[in-house]
Design a protein around this ligand. Structure first.
Ligand code: ARG
Length: 458
């Protein structure tokens, strides 16, 4: 095939659609910088191994830095036969410094190793950016949890009013998911940051290349140890996608709460105009689109993961072209996750609370557990107190009187052991403060959570 770098053994032409079907430059051009830095490290190691001269290395490095400048200034011209970023950069290098010298760069190297070097370096940097965005978001979680600690709202199970909780306690419930995601992300990064360079096409490098030296130059924490695994391994992408899918799942559940709480029926919060849109038909509408997109994109991001799992699960040993599909999954996933965490930060930073609406949604029946607890404190077994408190609920429903408006006599008629100050239990602040064991919704419990979460930011 005329003009293709691997064209030597081919005699026939290529189907034009196949040409387009096969290329990845339209996607992997984002890896231009990593590809060039990897090539410089590879050439330097080849010079050290005596495969190219110091003078040839100097010319290759200079040429590659020129190619980098072209990408950075937007003057790099992608040619029709530039199949991927690796062939494009090498083609341009040879134009700049002649094929005589440029043609020595790829000695003993394969695109099979090159693509994973590039991907690992690129993903490593993106993860560091995402880590920064996630820390910023968590700092807002902490700041709001501190500022809004006084507000009490209904806590739900099964979406039914359950017990009073602090708004900050609710926020931190997601905050701990996100902070644990941060810990996981740092773990994932360790396994991504290993260098496969020097693995060759599959069997290793025949020229005694110093893999540790290349790894060090490229900022890797070590090397991968089996060349066959190195060229076929996309676990570093899969693991990042698993990470992102779980993170997006957390954002999605958080968004679902925000969507509910911003509805007229709840109206605990108002989402800022900056993260809402209107309706083209109904003038009164203000829709929580940003939160809905977070929830929707969580589904899309799971699709990236499911797609990659399906693509890789049945492949035979070492490199197969199927792996090219991992590029799109990785790049799309990075964009979704990176944008989403910044949008989440924006939503939370600009959210307005409506504490009076939260209070108005508290219901005396949410004190039923506290009523049972009051009897427990004077020695009545909980199974019995649960039943007694249930009769108080039933009485209030039967009479159509809120629980806190029943008289002490009506309470004592249900169970004579109720203490005289039982009606004092109908106090949401006291209810919240009674849950003072670690991890609970009392002020001290929430303040401790804030400290723990801050420490997790590192
Ligand atoms: N563009 C290819 C990819 O992303 C590079 C590796 C191609 N190697 C090969 N032997 N065809 O996977």
């Amino acid at each position: 095939v005329q003009g293709m770098l691997w064209g030597g053994r081919f005699t026939g032409g290529i189907d034009p659609l196949m040409h387009q079907y096969n290329e990845s430059i339209s996607i992997d051009k984002v890896l231009y910088k990593e590809d060039i830095l990897g090539s410089i490290a590879f050439a330097r190691a080849n010079a050290k191994a005596g495969i190219i001269s110091e003078d040839e290395f100097a010319k290759i490095e200079h040429g590659l830095r020129e190619v980098m400048k072209e990408w950075e200034t937007g003057t790099f011209q992608i040619m029709p036969n530039d199949e991927d970023i690796h062939t494009a950069n090498e083609r341009r290098l040879c134009e700049l410094i002649t094929k005589e010298i440029g043609g020595k760069l790829h000695t003993g190297r394969s695109r099979n190793e090159q693509v994973v070097v590039d991907m690992r370096m690129w993903l490593r940097e993106r993860i560091r950016e995402i880590e920064g965005h996630l820390i910023s978001f968590l700092q807002v979680v902490v700041a709001r949890a501190e500022a809004d600690i006084d507000h009490i709202m209904p806590g739900y199970t099964h979406l039914q009013r359950a017990m009073a909780v602090r708004f900050s306690h609710w926020l931190l419930s997601y905050g701990f998911n996100f902070a644990t995601d941060l810990e996981r992300l740092r773990e994932v990064l360790k396994r991504i940051n290993r260098s496969p360079l020097g693995s060759g096409a599959l069997a290793g490098n025949a020229f005694g290349i110093d893999r540790q030296m290349m790894a060090k130059e490229l900022g890797f924490e070590g090397i991968t140890y089996n060349s066959m695994q190195s060229v076929s391994d996309r676990d570093f992408v899969t693991e990042f996608l698993m990470w992102g899918t779980m993170f997006m799942g957390h954002l999605s559940r958080w968004s679902e709460d925000l969507i509910l709480y911003s509805s007229s029926e709840f109206s605990f919060i108002t989402i800022a105009d900056a993260y809402s849109t209107g309706s083209s038909l109904m003038p009164q509408k203000k829709n929580p689109d940003a939160a809905e997109l977070l929830r929707g994109k969580a589904g899309t991001s799971f699709g990236h993961l499911a797609g990659l799992f399906c693509t890789t699960k049945g492949l035979p040993s070492t490199y197969n072209k199927d792996y090219q599909e991992s590029l799109q999954a990785m790049i799309s996933h990075v964009k979704t996750v990176s944008d989403s965490v910044q949008i989440a930060n924006g939503i939370l930073s600009t959210l307005t609370l409506r504490p009076e609406r939260m209070l108005a949604s508290l219901d005396p029946s949410m004190i039923a557990t506290d009523i049972a607890d009051a009897l427990v404190r004077i020695g009545v077994p909980f199974r019995e107190t649960h039943h007694i408190s249930g009769r108080v609920v039933a009485k209030s429903e039967e009479l159509g009187i809120p629980m806190d408006k029943l008289s002490l006599e009506q309470m004592k008629a249900i169970d004579g052991r109720f203490p005289d100050d039982i009606m004092d239990a109908f106090d949401y602040e006291a209810s919240v403060e009674s849950r003072s064991a670690q991890g609970g919704t009392s002020r001290a419990g929430v303040l401790e959570q804030i400290q723990v979460l801050k420490a997790m930011l590192g």
